[in-house]
Design a protein. Structure first.
Length: 101
């Protein structure tokens, strides 16, 4: 589904819908991939994610912030390892295909 089709269904209009899609894409909730079909036509495939594609939240915090919650250095390292594994697992799962235009 493209922006024009969405604009026909919703009152926000093309520019607001386009801005919302850009914001979702910037935060990793959708991914738009341009592809060329065997017939030479260029299409855009849009994929949605329940979790941001670039999810790496444990890396955003300093060790001191974990310490403030009572985690030891070893606890923090274990948490970061778990979070990276969780993110890797999510990124390897099939992504829901939501639209073609």
């Amino acid at each position: 589904m493209d922006i024009l089709t969405l604009a026909e269904k919703f009152p926000e209009g093309r520019s607001k819908i386009a801005a919302a899609l850009r914001e979702l894409e910037a935060h990793g909730y959708i991914e738009r991939v341009r592809e060329r079909t065997p017939q030479g036509q260029i299409i855009t495939r849009t994929f949605s994610y329940n979790f941001p594609a670039r999810l790496a939240g444990a890396e955003w915090y300093e060790d001191e912030e974990f310490t403030a919650y009572g985690l030891t250095e070893a606890d923090t390292a274990a948490l970061r390892t778990w979070a990276r594994g969780w993110c890797d697992d999510l990124s390897e799962r099939p992504h829901e295909h939501i639209a073609d235009d």
